[in-house]
Design a protein around this ligand. Structure first.
Ligand code: TYD
Length: 216
């Protein structure tokens, strides 16, 4: 049986706890299908260079938005579209919902400008399924601080942003989920990892068109 490619994205504010669950999901799917794991900004050699700039250099907020989409275009052309054409499952750690949330909401660039770039850069391409990891901001902030202490790594430009920035970012994410409930599943990641896995399995089971079968 030939499979159609499937494009899955994983989203949430910094500290929402997407990494471990995403790894688990990729393993589950890899038992049945070829999985391409990737991330944004990044996912290509050029994209990873742009990521360095985006995460560490100060820049005008419109420049930031344009560079996110420049990296995205490269990612789509070099990685995402070829993988989907092969019938693979692409799992991307962040995609355009992040630009709507962080730049559109958090930075205040506005959703209309992001929409113009989305249409230009993506054409028809949209994720088939998106997991939005959500936690109250005090928990997200505490997780970022704990991780920085544990790894002894400095916070990047976004992780260093204000509570108010993250409040706007989270609100924009939730608004997008509300507008596209069929595509975006909100995962309450205040719960244990087992509970998060159960929520993910359920969200996938509810979407039969994805044709994925994950053990609960
Ligand atoms: P993140 O995915 O959180 O990586 P890590 O888990 O290694 O810290 O880092 C990417 C950061 O980039 C994150 O803070 C969100 C931000 N970002 C945007 O602001 N806009 C975007 O369009 C994307 C893709 C990411």
């Amino acid at each position: 049986m030939t499979h159609q490619g499937l494009f899955i994205t994983v989203e949430g504010v910094d500290g929402a706890g997407k990494s471990t669950a995403m790894e688990w999901l990729a393993e589950q799917i890899a038992a049945q299908r070829t999985v391409v794991r990737t991330r944004e900004p990044g996912g290509t050699a050029l994209g990873e260079r742009l990521r360095e700039l985006l995460l560490h250099e100060k820049m005008d907020l419109e420049t930031e938005t344009l560079l996110m989409f420049a990296a995205r275009r490269e990612h789509i052309a070099q990685v995402i579209l070829p993988a989907l054409a092969r019938g693979d499952v692409v799992i991307s750690d962040r995609f355009t919902d992040a630009t709507f949330a962080y730049q559109g909401g958090g930075r205040g660039v506005g959703f209309d400008k992001v929409l113009i770039l989305e249409n230009w850069v993506q054409g028809e391409l949209q994720p088939d399924f998106t997991l939005l990891f959500d936690v109250p901001l005090n928990i997200a902030r505490a997780r970022i601080a704990a991780r920085a202490k544990q790894t002894n790594e400095a916070l990047d430009k976004f992780e260093n942003e204000s509570f108010e920035f993250f409040r706007r970012t989270r609100e924009a994410y939730l608004k997008r989920a509300e507008a596209a409930p069929q595509r975006i599943a909100i995962i309450d990641s205040t719960q244990s990892l087992d509970d998060v896995k159960r929520q993910i399995s359920q969200a996938i089971a509810q979407r039969a068109h994805l044709n994925l079968h994950i053990a609960p």
